[in-house]
Design a protein around this ligand. Structure first.
Ligand code: MG
Length: 323
């Protein structure tokens, strides 16, 4: 028997930089990636990034082919100092450069700021659990809807596109398990306000594929169209890609991710948070699913951004291709 020899690329041999394409049954032909790096990513990084770097980051993401890029947040700078320059960033950008460039809007005051900047798209951020509503919004589960109702109504009246995030859909750090029935109820209430899209958030990254299937099946059975639903998985326990694949098999065609995996886990300093856009794009490319994203351009963007924040990327694909 031949001695075992570890496989090694000899010096100067370039690694294959794209996956072999093999289509699989029961998957969409096209997926919209909703890029959250500039907002959800940077708000959860400790580095404060200068506004011109943020503007360049957004432009590079759009140039890499991302069609939906969440730009920033109008949450009070006291809560999110990383995004205190929201207005300056918007002034530095042409918000018609991509089809969707939403800004997170916490309340009516935030909506007024969005309207004064002539934004076309906004996002609101709701909780599926009582504990997180209290801690993050300082409101009860019911009171959050009282806060969002005039925001969504005002935005719709002016023709704005509205996304609603629903957080803690698969588990809550204070409450533990969260029932599928509870999440479906909160999801329906948000959609019934008139939101165009609902993003189901696995805020602490604990979801596994069976749980994703159970929630989506119940949500669709409650009259929700798959086209209204996006999924926002965190890779804290390494499950994000399996969960994304499960969601696609059930008909979801919008997936949230963050370039380079920017944005650590908000509840565990050293852990991974957002699914990396590059990791998602690699899987979609291998499955022959169209995204419109230029992976090389995206990897270059994330390598550059990692230098800006002084922290290595957590994306496996960025590490493999740029290493
Ligand atoms: Mg996130």
């Amino acid at each position: 028997m031949a001695a075992y020899e570890p496989f090694q690329l000899s010096a100067g041999v370039a690694m294959k930089r794209t996956p072999q394409v093999q289509h699989a049954d029961g998957l969409p032909s096209k997926v919209s990636i909703y890029e959250v790096g500039p907002r959800d990513g940077l708000q959860n990084e400790s580095a404060i990034v200068p506004v011109e770097v943020k503007a360049h980051f957004v432009r590079r993401l759009v140039a890499a082919g991302l069609q939906s890029v969440e730009v920033t947040s109008f949450v009070h700078p006291q809560w999110v100092p990383q995004l205190a320059d929201a207005e300056q960033l918007i002034d530095a950008l042409d918000l018609t450069m991509a089809p969707r460039m939403p800004v997170l809007v916490p309340n009516v005051r935030g909506l007024d700021r969005a309207l004064s900047k002539n934004l076309h798209d906004i996002a609101i951020f709701a909780s599926a659990t009582e504990s997180f509503a209290q801690r993050n919004l300082n409101r009860s589960l019911d009171e959050q809807f009282t806060m969002f109702e005039p925001v969504v109504a005002g935005a719709r009246r002016r023709g704005l596109w509205v996304r609603a995030y629903l957080s803690m859909c698969f588990g809550d750090p204070w409450e533990g398990d969260v029932s599928v029935a509870q999440v479906v109820k909160m999801a329906r209430r948000l959609l019934d306000l008139g939101c165009d899209e609902l993003s189901l958030g696995d805020t602490i990254g604990v979801a596994t594929p069976g749980h994703v299937e159970a929630l989506l099946t119940e949500l669709f059975a409650a009259g929700t169209a798959s086209g209204q639903v996006a999924v926002h998985f965190h890779d804290t326990y390494g499950q994000a890609l399996a969960n994304a694949l499960t969601a696609m098999r059930l008909g979801v065609t919008t997936i949230d991710s963050s370039a380079g995996g920017l944005g650590g886990c908000p509840y565990a300093e050293s852990a991974t948070g957002n699914l990396a856009t590059e990791d998602l794009v690699w899987q979609l490319q291998g499955l022959g699913i169209q995204t419109g994203v230029d992976l090389e351009a995206l990897v270059a963007t994330s390598v550059w951004m990692a230098e800006q924040i002084g922290k290595p990327t957590v994306s496996r694909v960025v590490s493999a291709l740029a290493g």
